[in-house]
Ligand binder design. Structure first.
Ligand SMILES: [Zn+2]
Length: 289
């Protein structure tokens, strides 16, 4: 009953490698329908003492899929690059900001590359920074239009389409580049995100290492947390523009530690088309050691 339609332009064909656009964004309706039919049958047959707990339990997976950043319940989500090389994908959320220019200089100084997950409204306010990110060879990703962090997980289908679509249009208009990756606000998805991503050929990416630098100010503490999770293919979550003002210092320390530990930064595009990735593999678990 799942309708499979060809991928819309400008992204024809299958998603290669780790970039996986949601293919069945409405499959969860079927799971919901079946589970509630089962609940109704049990309730009718054995009464509320069984039916009520079962109904509550049947909602747990949907909450889990919404609130857990790495959950694949509603859509594929990349949490790790499929590689055995000592490389990491550095991702920097929430820009552009007052930190962006300094971060670009730091990345250049370490010959490092990153993907900046940009907020549409902030990009519109500072288009020259967006173009500078691209000019220096970094990636840009979609991190919603308005960054509605307290309500993103609860957005309905229309609002979700708008958050994804407006940011996408803004970033394309400013940079001429079509973002291919989406990072959910505060990492949370919900049942309506996959359909919004699919129309734009966007794949969702979470992370495998973070130091809570959006709130934690001390660079040493943040980088130590990231270091504990470091492994080949780790996706590192960083932020810019945090109120505590230490994000640039933290990036500097992280880049120093990556150099010292022999890790390079890569963008996922460098791994695609290499023929080493099975398209149907669960890439998050394939390389977990
Ligand atoms: Zn964010």
């Amino acid at each position: 009953m799942i309708q499979v339609m060809p991928s819309p332009a400008p992204h024809p064909g299958p998603s290669p490698g780790p970039h996986r656009v949601p293919r069945h964004p409405h499959a969860w309706w079927i799971a919901l329908g079946l589970s509630q039919a089962l609940v109704a049958a049990v309730w009718w047959q054995w009464g509320w003492r069984l039916g009520l707990p079962l109904m509550l339990a049947s909602h747990v997976p949907f909450l889990w899929g919404t609130l857990r950043p790495g959950s694949r319940l509603f859509s594929p989500v990349l949490t790790r690059l499929p590689t055995t090389e000592p490389v990491v994908w550095l991702t920097i959320d929430d820009g552009p900001s007052d930190d962006t220019a300094a971060m670009l200089d730091l990345l250049d100084a370490h010959a490092a590359k990153a993907t900046f997950f940009l907020v549409g409204e902030r990009a519109r306010a500072r288009p020259q920074l967006v173009r500078e990110i691209v000019r220096r060879g970094h990636g840009i990703g979609n991190h919603s239009h308005g960054h509605p962090q307290s309500v993103f997980w609860a957005l309905g289908p229309a609002r979700m389409r708008d958050e994804v679509g407006s940011a996408q249009a803004e970033l394309i208009d400013i940079s001429g580049v079509v973002p291919r990756w989406f990072r959910a606000v505060v990492g949370m998805a919900n049942p309506f995100l996959a359909a919004a991503l699919r129309g734009h050929g966007l794949a969702r990416v979470a992370w495998s290492a973070r130091g809570y630098d959006a709130v934690a100010a001390d660079p040493a503490t943040v980088v130590a947390r990231i270091e504990r999770a470091l492994a080949p293919g780790t996706i590192v979550l960083m932020h810019e523009g945090a109120r505590h003002g230490r994000n640039v210092d933290t990036l500097q320390r992280l880049l120093q530690r990556l150099d010292a530990l022999g890790y390079r930064t890569v963008l996922p595009e460098s791994l695609e088309g290499a023929g080493e990735v099975a398209a149907d593999d669960d890439v998050a678990t394939a390389t977990r050691g």
